[in-house]
Design a protein around this ligand. Sequence first.
Ligand SMILES: [Zn+2]
Length: 398
Amino acid sequence: MFNGVDKTKKGSQQLIKETNIRRIFILVSQNDGISRAELANHTKLSPTPISSLADELISAGLVKEAGTGNIPTSGRKPIMLKINPGGGCIVAADLQETGFNIGIFDLNCRLLNEYFVNLTDYDHLGSSLTESISKSIKQSNYKEKQLMGICIGAPGIIDRKNRKVISSTILPIEKNNNFYGELTEAYPDAKIELINESSLSAYTEKEYGRATAGINNLIYIDIHTGIGAGILINGMIYEGSDAIAGEFGHISVDLNGPLCKCGSRGCLETLASIPALIENIEGETGFPTQIINKGNIDEKFSIVAKEYRENNKFAAEVNIMARYIAYGINNAINLINPGAVVIGGKAVELGEKFLGEILRTLSTIGLNGNKETKVILSDFKGNPVTAGGAKYIFNSLF
Ligand SMILES: [Zn+2]
């Protein structure tokens, strides 16, 4: 897979920063199998510089020649140029409470390897990330100078200016944690981004979702312990002025509802998150012994979801949750008018019946135009945070 890079030449990262080289690389990535003549047409550059730019990309291992294309007239068939997937790599990490998932991707953004790294002390996040990135690069037979970029996805509010996680209800991270600084020191030429995890999941839906690919105005609702949302507007991640856009869990749907930790009442997080569902079920039905004895909320929820899907158990409680979510979605549609709302996270386990209840509620409320928004469950297989992170880096290299 790995073609090797001439050590006398510039590193892939430096090369891609040069404007004309970048233009050629973008065109090749967008037009699989483009010829040098077509590149000249697109760029209005003459054939000689095009050839030397293409040659430079080929010798750096970023682009490869791949057979000949067809032309309608007789004459020499043009040689097709394609991205060389082994010519560079991107690493993406998904920060979680007890550690992080780390995935390495080739230049076609194909996942090569992903694994979980346990972290006992979040103060060591920077060094642990750096070591794991270096290990991933070696294991996939790349060289460090082929690392094009790193994306770190985190659950929490991110200060994009100072590149820090400023608050997170999930990560035991201190405000003074300088993991970003450690990464830029270790990989000074790589593009490094720190982005909210739900925003990256939204990006994955735009790029890879079966029903949502190419939808540029999209909301991804991540229902888990909390309820977060990733927002894409015109294909770009929207974070708001203070990076708190997407705090979907703190949309209130009941003025007289339970008090939320944010100070408001009736927030979705207090009424329709997974802990809220479990609490309702425990309070109202009395859990069967085998469930109540399980301490882990994820395990409890998986049992509830299975019973709901297969035996329609706990339908009353799940339907209440679905209706609250529907009201939240209706509010979001009124505010942003997205082309799609994708429900993701652990709640996807509740399946189509849960979605059906959301859709049924939506059909009875809201403005007529709201019915045009596609509301679906995410069907992405794999980790949407690392996949979205790698694709985001790739798309923003140019
Ligand atoms: Zn709240």
